[in-house]
Design a protein around this ligand. Structure first.
Ligand SMILES: *[C@@H]1O[C@H](CO)[C@@H](O)[C@H](O)[C@H]1NC(C)=O
Ligand SMILES: *[C@@H]1O[C@H](CO)[C@@H](O)[C@H](O)[C@H]1NC(C)=O
Ligand SMILES: *[C@@H]1O[C@H](CO)[C@@H](O)[C@H](O)[C@H]1NC(C)=O
Ligand SMILES: *[C@@H]1O[C@H](CO)[C@@H](O)[C@H](O)[C@H]1NC(C)=O
Ligand SMILES: *[C@@H]1O[C@H](CO)[C@@H](O)[C@H](O)[C@H]1NC(C)=O
Length: 217
């Protein structure tokens, strides 16, 4: 009787105890819009085919448990995946044969944060592993940066475009005044030029008149 109980305990420990699901990291820290790779490792059995592998991963929340990943008899079941993770999960089938489940989650959102649980069921045992993911908002970063980086250029950079604007204005004003002056000068010069031929013929005429007078004399 005692022997059979002991045998049963040994047998159950052999079946369930040897099959483990580990997490490579118990908690992950990431920023919004970035990506992360969550990794679980589990006991492999060379005598078992990959068709006997079932994996079910979900995010444990108070309201619902959205499914992150579902593998049924070695085949992924995309329909099971919650729309929250739709198109954002990538995994490696080759690594799965080595007992490594790597789930790459891209375009992280703050509400992806929480406890992730993966259940692994095989013909030689089953177990689960869990890890935390903490996604912090992206705006946490620029906020402390903007007052620090913008405060020194705040005093220098805003006047720059202003002064640039002023320089531009001065340029326009200067160019227009220069143009006006040039036109004015040109007009004056033309007037002078126009007057000069006018003043010469009278000289000539005076001379001719003088000549005429001389002739008259
Ligand atoms: C799980 O973790 C334990 C302790 O770190 C280690 O001895 C064991 O080899 C790991 N198993 C797998 C399948 O990763
Ligand atoms: C998580 O946040 C995204 C936007 O960042 C939103 O579209 C989605 O509905 C949210 N999901 C849940 C379960 O709150
Ligand atoms: C998530 O990370 C932030 C920043 O490091 C920290 O303040 C917060 O306590 C973390 N939350 C959890 C649930 O670990
Ligand atoms: C801003 O950054 C400078 C170094 O670039 C640092 O010395 C200063 O303490 C920072 N100020 C604030 C308010 O974080
Ligand atoms: C520039 O910084 C000063 C303090 O250094 C602040 O009083 C002012 O409001 C800032 N101006 C702008 C345009 O941010």
């Amino acid at each position: 009787m005692i022997c059979s109980i002991l045998l049963l305990i040994i047998l159950t420990s052999c079946v369930s105890g040897t099959f483990v699901v580990n997490v490579t990291q118990t908690s992950y820290q990431a920023e919004e819009n970035h990506h992360i790779t969550l990794e679980w490792t589990f006991t492999t059995n060379p005598h078992s085919s990959s068709n006997s592998l079932n994996i079910f991963c979900e995010l444990l929340t108070d309201l619902k448990n959205p499914v992150l990943f579902h593998l049924h008899e070695g085949v992924e079941v995309p329909e099971s995946q919650d729309e929250q993770f739709a198109g954002r999960v990538q995994w490696d089938k080759d690594l799965l044969r080595e007992g490594r489940l790597r789930l790459h989650l891209s375009r992280l959102r703050t509400n992806d944060s929480g406890l992730y649980l993966c259940d692994v069921l095989t013909s030689y045992g089953s177990n689960s592993g869990r890890c935390w993911l903490n996604v912090t908002a992206a705006r946490d970063r620029p906020e402390p940066e903007t007052p620090n980086t913008t405060s020194p250029p705040n005093t220098t950079s805003p006047p720059q475009p202003e002064s640039r604007g002023w320089i531009g204005l001065y340029c326009v004003v200067g160019l227009t005044t220069a143009a006006v002056l040039l036109i004015g000068c040109f007009c004056l010069f033309r007037n002078v030029l126009q007057r000069e031929p006018d003043s010469h013929p009278p000289n000539i005429s005076y001379r001719s008149a003088d000549d005429g007078l001389e002739f008259n004399h």
